[in-house]
Design a protein around this ligand. Structure first.
Ligand code: NAG
Ligand code: NAG
Ligand code: NAG
Ligand code: NAG
Ligand code: NAG
Length: 459
């Protein structure tokens, strides 16, 4: 058994960089394109999936709306409770039969909880710089981005690092402030705390863990006799690979350079991480994604705010918006050109599902489909971002010049197909929807979730 895993381990080692580890020769069976940090689902650090697509000729951007998840963070209290038992059980074993566990002789668990880590701050700062550079033509001293954050420390710090990056890229000329922090105990379109009846994804995640967990649990128990690890412990230890790694990245790290992978990562194979990744896909899908009975509706409040900004008209919404905040130009202005909102993965998932992005039929809890668009490692990572651009395009139609408005959406830089509002699949106009067609396509949000919001409160 160890022999078999040794071969796969060799494959994994080629993507790990921790210098203190034993050297392994490059494997002949390296899985194509496997990159460890892209297999952690919602705990993967941000990575742009492609280069920014330039605008079609004749088009200019007139408004930008950014919705971004906080950067990489420490585990929550709840996650710490899932992680610690596995570590303690491994450390309670009297001896190890595999040297990959030897680091535990001196390992001390010391991760705090909840806070943004330097990697998260760096990635937010970089995204602020990118925003200034990309949209410089929209910025003046009187027209700075309007920035909101949901009221949790890691989200607030993310927003502040973004504004700091934005200012730095302008050499201090444009210094946007974090304009509004929304209390998470109130109506908050940037947190999923407003729908009491919303369900979770525990059932689906457990079903999948029961499928992929047992062989891993058996292997680690054979490496640490008497540890008595459970499948849940294994899931916690795989999360710890991600959290311990992102927490180990120092300030001064350059985005994109190799990560200091945790020794916990070496306990699992690439295909095991692919299974772990799928549990994140199921988690998001069945909580605030398409698979959650009251998932999408939790994104409606933000979408209605977005539609208000795009149409330069008051917010029409009867879900999670705060009418007091949104009626006041100081807390919900409509005359800006860049809006940036900082939030959580659960909200981003609800919003993209309310809009109709990454449409996905039922995800099975028995096996992942290899070709699925719903991949948390690509779309719900730390610092993940959706950008809605409003464009004005001049075109010559039958000899007459016309000027029309369009919408396009980028998710982690990937231009979205927007089939639901008639965007072209190919050519320079790929991904653009006529402005009115986009508005019409958002009927679910404009109709307050078509009856779903009420179900949040039914007895
Ligand atoms: C937006 O409106 C506010 C309040 O009327 C005004 O103070 C501000 O200068 C306006 N900003 C822009 C960019 O027009
Ligand atoms: C960026 O985030 C870090 C980590 O949370 C924090 O210590 C720092 O104060 C933030 N920077 C700004 C400019 O707020
Ligand atoms: C709406 O926002 C105001 C201003 O921040 C706050 O005082 C109030 O509690 C909020 N109301 C609700 C229901 O969220
Ligand atoms: C593991 O289980 C065995 C048998 O149930 C028990 O004797 C042992 O004490 C357990 N070990 C730990 C570390 O809990
Ligand atoms: C807060 O949300 C609830 C539920 O949708 C709504 O009934 C209430 O009017 C909202 N409060 C404010 C101040 O917007």
């Amino acid at each position: 058994m160890l022999h078999t895993f040794g071969a796969v381990w060799t494959a994994l080692s080629s993507v790990l960089t921790l210098s203190s580890w034993p050297h392994f020769s490059p494997a002949h069976d390296t899985p194509p394109k496997f990159e460890l940090q892209k297999s952690w689902g919602v705990y993967s650090p941000f990575h742009a999936a492609e280069d920014y697509t330039p605008l079609p000729a004749g088009c200019e951007i007139s408004q930008v709306n950014i919705l971004q998840r906080h950067g990489a963070r420490l585990p929550t209290e709840h996650q710490t409770e899932d992680i610690l038992p596995g570590v303690q059980k491994l450390q309670s074993a009297e001896f190890y039969t595999d040297p990959r566990l030897d680091f535990l002789d001196t390992f001390v668990y010391s991760l705090e909880e909840n806070l943004l880590v330097p990697l998260g701050a760096i990635q937010s700062f970089e995204s602020g710089k990118t925003a200034l550079r990309r949209y410089a033509s929209l910025v003046t001293k009187d027209d700075l981005p309007f920035v909101r954050a949901s009221g949790m420390s890691r989200v607030i710090e993310t927003a502040k690092n973004w504004t700091a990056g934005f200012a730095a890229a302008s050499h201090g000329v444009y210094t946007p402030r974090l304009s509004l922090i929304i209390n998470e105990a109130t109506n908050d379109t940037l947190q999923d705390n407003n729908c009491p009846n919303a369900g979770g994804s525990h059932k689906e995640m457990t079903e999948w863990l029961d499928v992929f967990g047992p062989p891993i649990t058996a292997r680690l128990n054979s490496w640490a006799p008497g540890a008595n690890l459970t499948n849940e412990d294994i899931h916690g230890l795989m999360m710890l690979c991600a959290f311990h790694t992102v927490a180990s990245v120092p300030y001064g790290y350059t985005e994109g350079s190799p990560l200091p992978f945790s020794p916990f990562c070496s306990l699992f194979t690439p295909s095991e991480f692919e299974s772990f990744e799928y549990s994140s896909d199921l988690d998001k899908y069945y909580s605030t994604g398409y698979g959650g009975r009251l998932g999408r509706v939790q994104g409606v409040g933000y979408v209605n705010e977005l539609l208000a900004r795009l149409t330069n008209s008051p917010v029409v919404d009867h879900t999670s918006t705060n009418t007091t905040l949104n009626a006041d130009p100081a807390t919900f202005p409509l005359n800006r050109t860049i809006y940036a909102d900082f939030t959580h993965d659960s909200v981003l998932t609800a919003v993209l599902s309310a809009i109709g992005l990454f449409p996905t039929h039922k995800l099975k809890t028995t096996h992942p489909k290899a070709h699925r668009v719903w991949r948390a490692s690509e779309i719900m990572t730390f610092s993940t971002r959706m950008v809605v651009e409003k464009l004005t395009c001049e075109r010559s139609v039958r000899g007459r010049d016309t000027s029309d408005s369009y919408i396009r959406i980028l998710f982690n830089e990937v231009l979205q197909p927007l089939h639901f509002c008639g965007a072209k699949k190919k050519g320079p106009w790929r991904g653009l929807c006529q402005f009115d067609a986009f508005l019409e396509s958002q009927a679910y949000s404009r109709n307050d979730g078509e009856g779903d919001w009420e179900k949040c409160f039914e007895e």
